[in-house]
Design a protein around this ligand. Structure first.
Ligand code: GDP
Length: 296
């Protein structure tokens, strides 16, 4: 299960604190040292851990905590609040355009779950009363177009494609004309992924961005890849500019590093999380619920 190691270790730290009754400064510092180790072991970014622990320590050493009748509970609450803040504090929504269609561009490395997640997003928006169109702009990976068509047919969402011989910018423009004349109010563009970030991939994505001016650029990252996911998010954000992140494969035994670091490192919110291979396995991301889940 996701975050299992981190949850277990934090619970141990809190159990020790609860056993002490009144807390001294030394008790708090010792507990924070353990929290720090637990976060580092969960593959959370080093600088993020340092800032987090400093903040929690400072708040926990306040008089109202040390003199409180339930100091351990107060410390747990501080950790809970700061974990929530770390992940963005509030739920982030899709930014819809003032006039349809809203254009959502899905980007990410190959294997991150981009195509599957495009289908999941289309499915979710459909259940919310939108009329989405999926757009096949990955012309490089063999069978990428076919895969999107399979996903589209499963969720009953049409897929716009011009085969693999047309430039992705022209496909995206063609899709926009098609969406306007056929009353689709959301376009979800599945762009090409590569095994590694390269200039060519970025240039192509930048060109699509410049021509289509999407309302949302959502980066799909695999939570199982930990700090690599965070590095990928940083590079995509610096080179392309992203509006949010979709974290996939949270059903796996991910340690938590990506979920806890991405927001602080990129300043961009996690908007959705995907927790399985089924096309219904997507949820809006709630930082407070995730924090409670981690704290167990
Ligand atoms: P793309 O190359 O980024 O388009 O990735 P795909 O959409 O082809 O997904 C790669 C693999 O990850 C597929 O086998 C998907 O079924 C799987 N996958 C995608 N999202 C999730 C998820 O949230 N959980 C799990 N367990 N598997 C996922």
């Amino acid at each position: 299960m996701a975050f299992e190691g981190l949850s277990g270790k934090l619970q141990e730290v809190f159990k020790k604190l609860k056993g002490k009754g009144k807390l001294s400064e030394k008790d708090v510092k010792e507990a924070m040292r353990e929290v720090k180790i637990a976060l580092l072991e969960a593959d959370v970014n080093f600088k993020v851990v340092k800032d987090f622990v400093n903040k929690v320590t400072e708040k926990s050493l306040g008089q109202e905590v040390l003199e409180s009748l339930t100091p351990a509970q107060q410390v747990i609450k501080i950790v809970n609040d700061e974990l929530t803040n770390l992940m963005g504090s509030i739920q982030s929504k899709i930014n819809y355009g003032s006039k349809p269609p809203t254009i959502i561009m899905m980007v990410g490395l190959q294997g991150s779950g981009k195509t599957t997640t495009s289908g999941k997003l289309a499915n979710m928006l459909k259940t919310q009363g939108k009329n989405p169109l999926l757009v096949a702009c990955d012309i490089y990976r063999p069978a990428a177009i076919k895969q999107l068509q399979v996903v589209g047919s499963k969720v009953n969402v049409p897929v716009f494609s011009m085969g693999d011989k047309t430039n992705p910018v022209d496909i995206a423009k063609g899709a926009l004309d098609y969406a306007v004349s056929n009353n689709f109010n959301v376009m979800i563009i599945d762009t090409a992924g590569r095994l590694h970030i390269d200039e060519e991939l970025m240039d192509e994505l930048v060109n699509i961005k410049l021509s289509l001016k999407p309302h949302e650029i959502l980066l799909v990252v695999d939570s199982m890849t930990g700090q690599d996911a965070v590095n990928v998010a940083e590079v995509f954000n610096n080179k392309l500019g992203i509006d949010g992140v979709i974290l996939t494969k949270l059903d796996g035994d991910t340690r938590g590093g990506a979920a806890l670091s991405i927001r602080a490192v990129t300043q961009k919110p996690i908007k959705f999380v995907a927790m399985g291979e089924k096309l219904s396995d997507i949820e809006p991301f709630h930082p407070d619920r995730m924090a409670s889940r981690i704290l167990g």
